[in-house]
Design a protein around this ligand. Structure first.
Ligand SMILES: [Zn+2]
Length: 381
């Protein structure tokens, strides 16, 4: 059909207007998401102090990477544990478990350090081509808490351009380009490095300066991935991991243990064990929303893990772990943390600093029966 000049101008103008409107809407959505601050409810009588990453990695000051480190000290000095949530914002059980600890745990002897947004830049965008839901809601007893489902990687707005090959700074290991924005390939980090290396450096220095005894980095993996429902431990931490897995097994929660490969660099369980004195662990739960064979991406998928394609895959026996809902995944992480600390206490109880004594965490079955939301505090917003 041949259009006359006038019709042509009108159609072109309408298309241009539509493009401008869509650009504005998506730009506003992107900006709102990037600037949305997730709420963490602090118990003033329990939290000893809130530190910033920039206290350990000064060049992060004034950047979005200057995350909080929540510190809870017991009345008596003793061993310490660092819980890292939010390394990968598309793995929600890690951040939610750190949040549950932040809002519940009490410490009698020793110190607990909690990070809920390890790579805050990765919470400002979502994974390209995944069409993921941006926010998800958790109902508490009297409110609704809103969390963000972000990306695995630092936002390009903080780190650009990406090289063709990512060369890990301290080992020379070569990885794919996108891993240069992956916090869990950036350890031990670098004070003057990329944004992601500066974030890794802050965590490494926090462990060194506070001589943190145990570090637990919380993650999720897709159900078809081999390392799932697992504890990966640095070689100095394997006896604690084995005993923790045994304790979990006795409760009917099976978990596998793996030794951190010595030739896979940049990961927390490798470098934090090599560059600091901490006993380094990484825990994985099963997240269908992260998987590659899932169907439509919905908030329900994040929270329930239910997906007809994963159901079929489970029937065919091709998954390493079944999908699980968010309460079960957080319950598993909480039990892993409790079991690792108790295993440490059993094995190292004769040491001068004694045991890490803590309380007020719900049992595995309680979290499943009552739901995660029951153990998060009501929103103050
Ligand atoms: Zn991860």
């Amino acid at each position: 059909m041949k259009l006359n000049k006038k019709t042509n101008i009108i159609l072109t103008s309408l298309l241009l207007l539509l493009t401008i409107v869509l650009t504005f809407i998506s730009g506003k959505q992107f900006s709102d998401f990037a600037n949305y601050e997730t709420e963490f409810v602090l118990r003033d009588d329990v939290i000893t102090r809130v530190e910033k990453f920039s206290e350990y990695s000064p060049k992060l000051e004034g950047t979005i990477g200057d995350s909080n480190i929540y510190v809870i000290e017991g009345d008596e000095p003793g061993p310490s544990v660092l819980i890292i949530g939010g390394t990968h914002p598309n793995e929600p059980s890690g951040q939610l478990t750190a949040t549950l600890l932040l809002e519940n745990i009490t410490v009698t002897k020793g110190t607990v350090y909690i990070i809920t947004e390890a790579n805050k830049s990765a919470f400002t965008h979502s994974q390209p081509l995944e069409a993921s839901t941006l926010y998800y809601n958790i109902k508490t007893d009297n409110s609704t808490r809103v969390f963000k489902f972000g990306s695995r990687a630092t936002n390009n707005t903080e780190q650009w351009p990406n090289p063709d090959v990512y060369v890990h700074r301290t080992s020379g290991q070569q990885l794919s380009s996108t891993d240069i924005r992956n916090l869990n390939r950036a350890y031990p980090g670098c004070e003057d490095g990329t944004y992601t290396e500066k974030v890794a450096y802050a965590i490494t220095q926090c462990i060194i300066k506070n001589d943190i005894t145990i570090t637990i980095d919380l993650h999720e993996a897709s159900p078809e991935y081999l390392t799932i429902n697992a504890i990966v431990a640095h070689q100095r931490a394997t006896s604690v991991a084995a005993k923790a897995a045994f304790k979990m097994d006795m409760l009917g929660v099976t978990i596998s243990t793996e030794v951190s490969p010595t030739n896979l660099h940049g990961l927390s369980h490798r470098e934090l064990g090599d560059y600091t004195n901490t006993l380094a662990f990484l825990c994985e739960t099963s997240n269908a929303a992260q998987g590659k064979i899932r169907g439509k991406f919905t908030e329900d998928l994040i929270l329930t893990g239910e997906d007809k394609f994963y159901e079929k895959a489970s029937e065919l026996g091709v998954l390493y772990a079944d999908t699980a809902d968010i309460s079960e995944r957080v319950a598993r992480h909480v039990l892993s943390i409790v079991s690792i600390i108790n295993a440490y206490n059993d094995i190292y109880e004769d040491q001068e600093q004694g045991k890490l004594v803590f309380g007020n965490l719900p049992e595995y079955q309680e979290i499943i029966d009552n739901g995660l939301g029951h153990y998060l505090l009501d929103s103050l917003l």
